[in-house]
Write a protein that binds this ligand. Sequence first.
Ligand SMILES: NC(=O)c1ccc[n+]([C@@H]2O[C@H](COP(=O)([O-])OP(=O)(O)OC[C@H]3O[C@@H](n4cnc5c(N)ncnc54)[C@H](OP(=O)(O)O)[C@@H]3O)[C@@H](O)[C@H]2O)c1
Length: 314
Amino acid sequence: MAIVLLLPGLLLGLYALLYYNCLQGAKCQNQSSLRGKTIVITGGNTGIGKMTALDLARRRARVILACRSRAKGEAAVYDIRRESGNNEVLFMSLDLASLDSVRAFAETFLKSEPRLDILINNAGVGAGGRRKDGFNLVFQVNHVGHFLLTHLLLDRLKLSAPSRVVIVASSAHQAGKIDFENLHKPVEGMLQNFQAYCNSKLANILHARELANRLEGTNVTCYAVHPGFVNSELFRYIPSWLRPLFVPISWLFFRDPTDGAQTSIYCATQEGIEMFSGRYFVDCRVRDPWPQAHDDAVAQKLWEVSERMVGLAT
Ligand SMILES: NC(=O)c1ccc[n+]([C@@H]2O[C@H](COP(=O)([O-])OP(=O)(O)OC[C@H]3O[C@@H](n4cnc5c(N)ncnc54)[C@H](OP(=O)(O)O)[C@@H]3O)[C@@H](O)[C@H]2O)c1
């Protein structure tokens, strides 16, 4: 009888130890105020992005949620204003799957906002097939759309320097490959979508690396982030047959979005990390990514190919 009572208690204790010591991850410790600063965060309506936006709003920043759904974006603005007591939280429409939408967002933003201190490229999709124009949706949203967005907002970041770009990548980059022939081709099925996701997250780290090189001396710095495994809506596309296994695992072993937001918040706010511009951060610390993510020749070629994809070069 005693064993029957003891065993669940022991398991619960072990789980708590595992969760708080290993799974939860590091917390961003600084309390810096962001009063007077303007921040754009893509995909700020849910998951890691919403929790990042809430923290930055609590620090009194002017926070612009750049989201594809007006209804979801405005609902998040309402929640964040209420929870932070900061009314300078706004929605602006941005669909990263459409380059026209990215251009329209940039035009509206540049007309209405005199400064940009922090750009957080957070939005992402895990799957999604093909776009109308035949591009691979995952690569388009996770890398190409953000590449154009960053380019269009760069002069405003430079004018507001010291300023920062935070790019939410992933440890999934370790399975990523940059195959320049097939990068943007549409994919089908779970495995191909997963590969496209890994490729796009590798592209995120290479983008941060090359951006940092090109921004040297401007006082604009840039960081790539892995947020940990986070129980968010990112996995909404997993097939229904996998859900019975996946859902309990993610509830038990993944971080909640507040914990998942910590490294993005750290890279957006921590003073003294400028010397690490272009580097990859995990759990609020610099880490070395996998070897394919520090190949400067590939980073430079990816930049040139991305410029052609978004029509900035022929
Ligand atoms: N969750 C994890 O374990 C994990 C691990 C490593 C890295 N990450 C990265 O963390 C970032 C945030 O993901 P999350 O876990 O918070 O996922 P999430 O809860 O699914 O949030 C993703 C956000 O991206 C937005 N988005 C998707 N497609 C978009 C588009 N075409 N245009 C504009 N916004 C779009 C979504 O908007 P809607 O709500 O309208 O769909 C949502 O706001 C992603 O870059 C992801 O790759 C996550």
